[in-house]
Structure formats: structure tokens, C-alpha cells
Design a protein around this ligand. Sequence first.
Ligand SMILES: O=C1O[C@H](COP(=O)(O)O)[C@@H](O)[C@H](O)[C@H]1O
Length: 247
Amino acid sequence: MLHIYKDANEVSHQLAEWITSLIERTLQNQDGFTWVLTGGNSPKQLYELLSTSPYRERIQWEKLHFFWGDERAVPFEDSRNNARMTFEALLNKVPVKKEQVHIMQTDLAADAAAFAYEKILHTYFPSGNQTFDLVLNGMGDDAHTLSLFPGSPAIKEQEAWVTSFWLEAQDMYRITLTAPVVNLAKSVVFLTFGANKANALQHVLEGPENIELYPSQLIQPQSGELHWFVDEAAAGGLKDKTSGNQS
Ligand SMILES: O=C1O[C@H](COP(=O)(O)O)[C@@H](O)[C@H](O)[C@H]1O
């Protein structure tokens, strides 16, 4: 489902409400909530909002379990590290214990970190039939999501839930969840705003399938929900701007 709002600020506020309501509804029927966080720049305002009233008080933080969709294989202290950004914007400001938070261990070699992370995921989801309650994704202006970059080996992974690879363009290893594990989630939501994303969004939502060029097309939950929270600028290239179901 496509949700279009005026600007980045409104997208972030609306998504903060949507996520908080999802957590409240879910915890009425189960005892925990597993949430994959995204990195990059787009979610910073969202994270900061969630750490403040009314969301801070509404969310039962002690029942949440946090994961990341991807990581730059740089030390936690490095400003490019996704987990570091998330701690600064959210996790340092809310009452969560370290046992609830599962960062990708960038102090290990990337392939070892991926292997270790996959083991953690299988302890949470032993059946392998359904995974996270929520996956929050961003999308780059090149239509990448997570660290599933155009032309990268990670977009071809059909078995492993976590993989790693050398990203030549950024001179670093990346560690990422793969499409198979994300597509087993109950809800996946993309947070995408800015005119620089319009071309990619139009191709991803309305263009022919081409996952090599537009990896975000890989994210098609098998039984879960797929939502896009976007602003008018990012939606500028869409032929169909009606909020509602998109393929
Ligand atoms: O490199 C990354 O980019 C994507 C998109 O970031 P954004 O700032 O354009 O939203 C992000 O979702 C991912 O976690 C990150 O590693």
C-alpha cells in the first residue's frame, strides 16, 4: 500500500504513528515484537520522534527486539555505522536492555559477522516460515534497499538470510539481510522521500521487473503486508498517485 504525504516531515510523523499503532496492536496478541531497523539518513527524524512523547510513552520498549537490515562493515564508532546512528537517534534515549538489541558485529570479518547474525535470526525464527513483525527499509536513489545494491551478488541470494560482499563503489564490505528473510516478515514498510528518489521509485513500483537494476523490487512479502511511506517529491514520477494498493 502506498501512503503519500506532503513532505519528509509529514512522512516521518505519519510513520511514527503507524509504527506505534502496529506495535500496540501486535502486543495485544503476543508478548514480543521483532523489528528490523534501517540505516542511512532517511529514518533519523522518525527515530528521534519515537524517542519523544507521545510515542515514547505508548511503546512498550521492554517487549521489543531490535535488529538491523544491513550494516556497513566499519567499526561501531565510525560515523558511517548504521547501528551507531540508530543508538544516537533512538536507542540511547529509550528504556531497552542490551539483550534486546542485536547489532551486526562489525568487529568480526564481514563473512563471519553475517554467519553469526544468521545464527541469531534462526534462534528467533526456528520454524523458518515467518520472521519479523516489522522490517523498516529505506531506498537509495539507485533503488537499492538494505545493502542489496544494483549488480551486487547479494541480490541473487535465495537461501541464506544474511550475506556479505565487497562494495567496490564505497570501498567497504557490506553485511545485509537478504530478500528471502525479509519476504517472510509480517509487515515491511519503506520510508522514502525526496525528489532524488522519484526516478527509482517510479521504476520500482511501476516499471517492468528488473531486479539487477532496481533491487527494491525484490521485496515482495510472501504473506505479509508491504507499505510505502513517501512524500510528494519522491512520488512525482508515479503515474498512479492514489494512495492504496500498489503491485
Ligand atoms: O547505505 C544505505 O542506504 C539505504 C538508504 O539510505 P537513505 O539515507 O537514502 O534512506 C539505507 O536504507 C541502508 O540502511 C544504508 O546502509
